[in-house]
Design a binder for this molecule. Structure first.
Ligand SMILES: O=P(O)(O)OC[C@H]1O[C@H](OP(=O)(O)OP(=O)(O)O)[C@H](O)[C@@H]1O
Length: 303
């Protein structure tokens, strides 16, 4: 039987995430090529890609996105010029999704701007746990382009299962928007899920409140969220769980965007090492996404 590659013939990766691109290519059993990036003294980028193919996957997460957006645009231009007719962008972390509304006068809806930009460069999209809070589907972001939003729940649940999660563990999310992730982690493990209420007043000014009657007293708590950036959401949520008498608190974030200073604060807050999926390269990576992403790509076969 012919292998299912979603009809794609190669994965093109970038140096900072070359290993993850190679793992995806291996899961699909197609070649992987890593872009050659050059940064000119004036800060401009040059992208060189070898071995053009007609149907190509471009793999790159858009954490620290500004240069990466330009480089992806240049990469899509190279591939089109060399004859590509179908380009699928696999961006496990999709950038600018959090500015999905005008919060203060004079602001853009960055999510729409970036969605339209990338929609001019790529034909299909696969993202993991994109921050879809006020917009609900990727179809609203990449209008007219097939796009798959994968949940980060299965890798987290698999990791908890393999680690021998204790019965009675409570899965906690910091806000209403985390409810689908909480349910999708807790449900298959037969655990209870609890969701808090988050108030964000600034980039690093966040408070999470948990329901006072949440069944947390003397029980292990696992906090799950889509993104860990400043860490303030997690730290506030962990403190709220402790106030309710949590026995232990562990943390899983789908996308780890935090720096070493924030990593150090996990220990200071009495939390163990947080674990993340490998979509954004980070020392906390422990949960591989390649199998999940490969299945999504394979679902494009026949279209
Ligand atoms: O580590 P931190 O810096 O606290 O950031 C991470 C949090 O921020 C995001 O939500 P955000 O509050 O941006 O968005 P929302 O208003 O869409 O819930 C995300 O869902 C996390 O909960």
């Amino acid at each position: 039987m012919a292998r299912n590659t979603g009809n794609y013939r190669a994965v093109y990766g970038f140096p900072e995430s070359a290993d993850a691109a190679r793992r995806l290519a291996q899961a699909l059993d197609i070649p992987c090529h890593i872009a050659d990036l050059h940064r000119f003294p004036d800060g401009e980028s040059l992208v060189r890609l070898p071995e053009p193919v007609e149907r190509a996957i471009v793999y790159r997460s858009l954490d620290r996105p500004n240069d990466k957006l330009v480089e992806l645009t240049l990469a899509s231009s190279v591939l089109r010029r060399q004859g590509a007719t179908d380009l699928c962008l696999v961006a496990p972390y999709m950038a600018y999704m959090r500015q999905d509304a005008i919060f203060k006068p004079g602001e853009p809806v960055s999510q729409t701007v970036v969605g339209e930009w990338l929609g001019r460069c790529f034909d299909r999209f696969v993202c993991v746990e994109p921050h879809l809070h006020r917009t609900h589907t990727l179809d609203e972001v990449f209008v007219g382009r097939p796009a798959i939003a994968l949940s980060g729940a299965a890798p987290i649940a698999d990791h908890l299962r393999a680690a021998g999660v204790k019965p009675g563990t409570v899965i906690v999310g910091p806000d209403e928007e985390s409810a689908p992730l909480v349910e999708a982690v807790a449900g298959p493990l037969g655990l209870t899920g609890v969701v808090g209420r988050k108030e964000r007043r600034g980039d690093r000014d966040v408070t999470v409140a948990l329901p006072p009657d949440a069944p947390i007293h003397d029980r292990p708590v696992v906090i799950v969220d889509d993104v860990i950036s400043s860490g303030e959401t997690i730290f506030s949520c962990a403190r709220a769980a402790r106030v309710l008498g949590a026995d232990t608190v562990r943390v899983y974030g789908v996308h780890a965007l935090f720096n070493d200073t924030v990593a150090g604060r996990f220990a200071a807050e009495g939390l163990g090492r947080p674990l993340s999926c490998d979509g954004v390269p980070h020392p906390s990576n422990a949960l591989p996404l390649d199998g999940l992403i490969a299945e999504a790509i394979q679902s494009f076969a026949g279209e």
